[in-house]
Design a protein around this ligand. Sequence first.
Ligand SMILES: N[C@@H](CCC(=O)N[C@@H](CS)C(=O)NCC(=O)O)C(=O)O
Length: 248
Amino acid sequence: MNSTLRFLHHPTSQPCRAVHQFLLENEIPFEEEIVNLMDGTNEQQGFKDKYNPTGQVPILEDGDFVVWESPAIAFYLNEKYNPPAHWFGETAQQKATIQQYCHWHASFLRRGSGAFFYTHFAECIWGDNDYSKEIAKGRYTLDDSLTYLDRWLNENTYLCGDEISFGDLLAYHELVSHVAGKIIGETEWQKHPRIKQWFDTISERPHSSPVSEMIMAVGAMRLAGELIPMTRKTSLAKGTEVTPGVYS
Ligand SMILES: N[C@@H](CCC(=O)N[C@@H](CS)C(=O)NCC(=O)O)C(=O)O
């Protein structure tokens, strides 16, 4: 008997939103559990032992099987539910190109999320400190990553070819957070009109806005100077720091 999929996530998280949109786009049935990242529930040993030793989301539970890391989750869903081939490729070359993007993404564009995190979330966790070094590091990684996206979009309509793939969802949701927090705005769009066009095309997909609703609201709160209530004292964007843990 098939068990019900449980998707553990948080809507402010970029990789969670990529998987969430993939589930919705492909009408894969699932139950969701929002993991409270704001109070550090995800860092408790019981949570790590049960689901993911890193304590991070997204996580997918399918009966006794648990999988984490967003591309691995989406890959599992792709294997199990057989959605249209453009998501993970049909030919060996398409498949490899999409995997290539997912691996690249983890060490480039994903790391650029530090610019958003240290501009908007750090103060909610650690108070009013000087985060300029961390923000500069995130900005550098983000700007560098945008030049790669631009190049790929010069060759194809989507990042890995002429049809949308899971790689596009990963990249799209990184940029949604940056747009929500005005880390990316007119200056970046003017520099990268191809990325803007691609971003707008994906934004028109029916599930893009609903999946992004909470981060857009959070971005608006932060831009209005409001703090997000957070009781944890550790980073949500581990691995993006210049000086790991120095504020905690
Ligand atoms: N490489 C992971 C990254 C997951 C990740 O960065 N998750 C963040 C939210 S965006 C998280 O769970 N942070 C909470 C924490 O580290 O305590 C993936 O692609 O799934």
